[in-house]
Design a protein around this ligand. Structure first.
Ligand code: TXA
Ligand code: MG
Length: 360
């Protein structure tokens, strides 16, 4: 067990609160901090011993590479070899922000950071705490999501404490994360950028800047071949999974609500509780369908409006964790299609549900 220093950040941010955590990073320690996507667990990207601390704390497989976070484009010089001409436009458009670029790496980046690949992922976060912490440490900071490997990424400080207390040197307790899904991972080593992990910045946003963007087929469904796995090692691990069994429904909403109602009625007979993640448009209809059913047999987490999927993205991981904590053994989710956020959300839902997708 480690002694974990917990610092509650005051808002508006008093940057002096980051002096000590920045010193800890310089000493090779591990510090969890908020970013605009999810909380990250940081350590000096140029110190293999510090990186080992991240892998141990998370129980992370060693072939899953880490993203290196920077506060200034000048920091790129020590990390990467050449960059494609179009990347400057992408950096101007999306940095700082929820976008990770995959470059060919320099030898300064140890194989333990890159998972043995010859590339490295780099992101400049937008969150003022993350940016200021990296600037104060004066170092590139490797930071995966601040969860135990395999669990949903933490979008609230309380889940970082739950997973990493006693495992890391310091936790910065800030506000809830604004985006709620991890950054878009974009391979920019070739002539056309390729999305390896979908996020809030989608293919159409990238096409809007550089005119072209490919999407790794592995991001579109759950079953993917070994060749695809080799490109983005993180894709092969069971990610984002709560303890409960997750089922995702897409298609006809009336049929979906009927199936959900039937499942809840079965759960009522067995004294179980079903977790539900549906949109506010449907919540009232479902509650009407459930009139007379014992309220202990379901727990409803409303995902805002289906017209504004930002709310769903922001709440997804925290609601999966909350429904687990409530003791739900099954979680039923209204999946999404044909929206800017749908690719990123469904990518997480495929993994959380291990492919349990029902077309209604
Ligand atoms: O939003 C985020 O990206 C958060 C915050 C903390 O910045 N970080 C994050 O890190 O999600 P992590 O380690 O949980 O996810 C990193 C993903 C993994 O799927 C990994 O396989 C992929 O990025 N990745 C990292 N380096 C890569 C590389 N060189 N080539 C291909 N994929 C890479
Ligand atoms: Mg992660």
């Amino acid at each position: 067990m480690k002694q974990t220093l917990v610092i509650q950040l005051k808002m508006p941010l008093d940057e002096r609160q980051l002096d000590l955590p920045a010193e800890l990073l310089k000493e090779g320690k591990t510090v969890a901090f908020p970013t605009e996507t999810v909380y990250g667990l940081g350590a000096n990207a140029l110190d293999a011993h510090a990186i080992d601390g991240i892998f141990k704390a998370k129980g992370r497989p060693s072939d899953n590479p880490l993203i290196v976070h920077i506060s200034d484009v000048d920091m790129l010089k020590v990390l990467i070899l050449e960059k494609q001409p179009y990347v400057d436009d992408l950096m101007r458009a999306f940095w700082p922000g929820p976008m990770t670029f995959i470059f060919r790496k320099k030898d300064t980046i140890d194989a333990c950071v890159s998972g043995g690949l010859d590339t490295v992922g780099v992101r400049m976060p937008k969150h003022p705490v993350a940016l200021s912490l990296i600037r104060k440490a004066g170092l590139p900071i490797a930071a995966p999501s601040a969860n135990i490997s395999g669990k949903p990424s933490p979008t609230q400080a309380k889940y970082v404490l739950e997973d990493l207390m006693g495992r890391v040197d310091c936790i910065l307790e800030g506000e809830d994360c604004e985006v709620g899904l991890e950054s878009t991972v974009l391979d920019v080593t070739g002539e056309t950028p390729i999305i390896l992990r979908p996020g809030a910045i989608g293919a159409e946003d990238i096409i809007g800047v550089v005119g072209a963007c490919d999407v790794d087929p592995a991001t579109l469904n759950h079953d993917h071949g070994e060749d695809i796995l080799a490109r983005s090692p993180g894709m092969k691990y069971k990610h984002y999974a709560p303890d409960a069994e997750v089922t995702v429904f897409i298609g006809d909403i009336a049929k979906m609500l009927q199936q959900m109602t039937a499942a809840i009625k079965r759960a009522e007979l067995q004294n179980e509780c079903i977790g539900l993640m549906i949109f506010e448009e449907d919540a009232l209809i479902l509650e009407k369908m459930l009139e007379g059913v014992n309220k202990d047999s379901y727990r409803l987490c409303t995902q805002g409006s289906i017209k504004h999927l930002e709310t769903f993205a922001k709440q997804l991981f925290k609601d999966l964790r909350a429904l687990d904590a409530h003791g739900c053994k099954r979680i039923l989710i209204h999946g999404v299609e044909k929206d800017k956020y749908a690719h990123a959300i469904m990518n997480r839902l495929y993994k959380a549900s291990e492919g349990r997708l029902i077309h209604c």
